[in-house]
Design a protein around this ligand. Structure first.
Ligand code: NAD
Length: 368
């Protein structure tokens, strides 16, 4: 059988460094678990601009449409700050998300016990936390028309439009219910149906999809403002949170920070199923290119490695191998092995990006 295909786009800054550690992990799975991928690599962001004068070459875009999954490091950096908006590194990433029509953004907020002290919340509130925010990514207030700054009655008016069609809500709701079935079977949908018509429609469609095809999943609804309060009051009550683009932007950042460090946070963006049944998929750490530590071998590769674990689970149906990789990351944290971003003010010695990757591989070795 043909190996599944994976396109790697390391990008800029620490993207290059953390991806080097992911390559080791991919190689490990090939050598030890008979899990082989057809891996290709290409440029994105500033690296692509330097080579081609565009942050994403058409050929790279075409490759991304064909492969089973794309794994991206990070894009951007001060070198590119003065570029025209149309060729800024971030435009490469936006083009990927848009043209692959990645409408379902999965942001896990998982608190590893060893890092519970990093949270701004009390340890007992976050220890063992494992929630997933599913954010609609391609519609809503960030895309709705009309938008712009206009003049009315001699003053400027800023307009954005929250607009959702039934089918846009339907497909992201399905993706949240499917996900819940692989987890603890609970979805909480968040909107503002008390003050927004788009929220009323959102609640209606989610309820309909649930009744039609997912009545085995426990569904609840919450106003997004109350949801934000509950997230910091008692986050462990949630399993999957389903929400729109705007509220999801805020709620996923809030949830992520419950867990401590940016260097630990993976993400996935999924689209419609391809012919082989796999969803179009882009996996990437939440963090950026971290120019302040780039090139110094200081970055934490965990977020990118955990993004690969998400690819194993959601693109390649390798849930138990994803568990193995996540357990390896958790085990090295429990042993006190830390990159600089995870060091407490009271000391200890930080390992390098490379050493962290090696420690994860050593842990994987002892898992078999
Ligand atoms: P950033 O995420 O790059 O860095 C924020 C802080 O967190 C920095 O102090 C950095 O050193 C630290 N940090 C981030 N990831 C880390 C890791 N893996 N290990 C250790 N420390 C880590 O955000 P920023 O500084 O606001 O942005 C820098 C550049 O990255 C900008 O050009 C921005 O546009 C871009 N950016 C890209 C993405 C992306 O590619 N998805 C996301 C956010 C920002």
């Amino acid at each position: 059988m043909k190996n599944p295909s994976l396109l790697i786009l390391p990008g800029d800054g620490i993207g290059q460094e953390v991806m080097a550690e992911v390559r080791k992990v991919i190689q490990w799975f090939g050598e030890n678990r008979d899990l082989n991928f057809d891996v290709s690599e290409d440029l994105v962001g500033g690296a692509a601009y330097d080579q081609h004068g565009t942050p994403l070459h058409d050929e790279t875009m075409a490759k991304a449409q064909e492969v089973d999954a794309v794994l991206l490091g990070a894009v951007g950096g001060p070198k590119y700050d003065d570029l025209d908006f149309s060729v800024k590194p971030e435009r490469g990433l936006l083009r990927l998300r848009k043209e692959m029509d990645l409408f379902s953004n999965l942001r896990p907020a998982q608190c590893f016990d060893a890092l519970a002290d990093f949270s701004s919340l009390k340890k007992e509130l976050v220890s063992g936390l494992d929630i997933m925010i599913v954010r609609e990514l391609t519609s809503g207030s960030y895309f709705g028309e009309p938008r712009g700054i206009f003049t009315e009655d001699n003053q400027r008016v800023g307009i954005n439009t929250q607009r959702y069609t039934e089918s846009e809500i339907d497909r992201v709701a399905r993706s949240a219910f499917e996900l819940a079935r692989r987890r603890n079977n609970k979805v909480c949908s968040m909107e503002k149906a008390n003050v927004m018509e788009s929220g009323i429609l959102w609640r209606d469609v989610v309820t309909e999809v649930h009744a039609e095809d997912y009545s085995d999943v426990e569904l609840s609804h919450m106003y997004a403002d109350a949801g934000a309060m509950q997230l910091v009051r008692a986050p462990k009550q949630f399993d999957v949170i389903l929400t729109d683009n705007l509220f999801g932007d805020l709620l996923s950042d809030t949830a992520a920070m419950l867990t401590g460090s940016l260097g630990m946070l993976p993400s996935a963006s999924l689209g419609s199923p391809m012919q082989n049944g796999r969803p179009k998929a882009l996996y990437e750490p939440v963090h950026g290119s971290a120019p302040d530590i780039a090139g110094q071998n200081k970055a934490n590769p965990s977020a990118c490695i955990l993004s690969f674990a998400m690819a194993l689970r959601y693109s390649f149906d390798q849930g138990s191998e994803a568990d193995r990789l996540e357990a390896a990351v958790e085990a090295i944290l429990a042993k006190g092995i830390r990159t600089g971003d995870l060091m407490q003010a009271d000391g200890g010695t930080a390992v390098s990006c490379t050493e962290m990757g090696d420690a994860i591989i050593a842990e994987l070795n002892s898992s078999i």
